[in-house]
Design a protein around this ligand. Structure first.
Ligand SMILES: CC(C)(COP(=O)(O)OP(=O)(O)OC[C@H]1O[C@@H](n2cnc3c(N)ncnc32)[C@H](O)[C@@H]1OP(=O)(O)O)[C@@H](O)C(=O)NCCC(=O)NCCS
Length: 251
């Protein structure tokens, strides 16, 4: 990928019109080919529009992240705090309610950059588990979430207009070590005086436990995740213990 300028920031009320346009457009791009026009229109009428997006942007239980590429709005993600389905059993859950990148930027690393910001924002606000619903037929999104460490734990019904559709429910935990390190690295890149991240920076997803969870699916991933979660917790506790014992960090 050529170098490109990506800015990710928290949306504010004055972004409502631009966000409403992007949200309606990316919804159409994603689902119009596989849904009835009437259902699409019914859904868009309640979900999108300047006043609706404005309400979301000022809602204290919703955080909207906007991604701009070369100065143009290219995607957005929304985290929503509220009730989670029974199959989401991780601690302090938050819903990754919407995650959309404009078609032009698919497959170019923009989604990955936004996902890193989602993790860090959710973590910073006290959440430790991300969950989401994704249409069972949205193969590209499912592949993207799976490669980002999400696993399938169940399903729920999502209405698109009059059409009851099945969403798979995916979850992943926000490991403390990775999030701390990621956040510290980001702060250091914009503020050189910020504390250095620990020298043993660990990418949790590179640990075998998580790669294993990605390479299985359905029943197997659920079973496997049940087996590996305690092991993952042990690894995190050990890394945190090491971090606490580490000598004071040099500037
Ligand atoms: C979902 C989304 C955010 C992913 O971003 P992206 O930039 O397209 O993601 P990536 O290219 O990094 O990853 C997509 C993966 O799916 C794979 N893929 C593409 N089409 C696929 C298909 N039809 N079936 C299975 N996998 C597919 C790609 O090969 C890629 O995997 P790889 O990196 O291992 O090759 C983006 O496509 C998007 O915004 N889609 C429309 C909105 C949407 O569906 N949002 C999710 C709502 S829950």
């Amino acid at each position: 990928m050529n170098a490109m300028s990506i800015v990710i920031r928290v949306g504010v009320a004055t972004d409502a019109t631009a966000l409403a346009e992007l949200a309606a457009r990316t919804f159409r791009e994603t689902f119009a080919a596989d849904n009835w026009a009437e259902d699409m229109a019914l859904h868009a009428a309640v979900a999108y529009g300047t006043s609706q997006q404005q309400r979301e942007l000022i809602d204290p239980d919703i955080v909207t992240l906007l991604v701009e590429v070369e100065g143009q709005l290219a995607g957005y993600a929304q985290l929503r705090w509220g009730v989670s389905p029974a199959c989401v059993t991780g601690t302090k859950p938050v819903e990754l309610w919407r995650f959309y990148i404009a078609q032009l930027w698919h497959g170019r690393g923009v989604a990955q950059a936004l996902m890193r910001s989602v993790e860090s924002e959710a973590y910073r606000r006290g959440s430790r588990t991300l969950w989401l619903g994704v249409w069972e037929r949205n193969e590209r999104a499912k592949a993207f979430y799976h490669k980002n460490g999400f696993i399938d734990v169940g399903s729920h019904v999502f209405m698109v207009g009059t059409d009851p559709q099945t969403d798979r429910i995916l979850v992943r935990s926000l490991p403390t070590v990775m999030s701390n390190v990621g956040q510290m690295q980001r702060e250091r890149s914009t503020r050189p005086n910020a504390p250095r991240p620990p020298e043993f920076a660990v990418n949790f997803r590179s640990l075998p436990v998580y790669s294993a969870s990605v390479s299985f699916n359905g029943r197997h991933s659920l079973l496997l995740s049940r087996m590996i979660r305690p092991l993952g917790r042990l690894v995190i506790a050990w890394l945190e213990w090491r971090q606490k014992r580490a000598r004071p960090l040099k500037r």
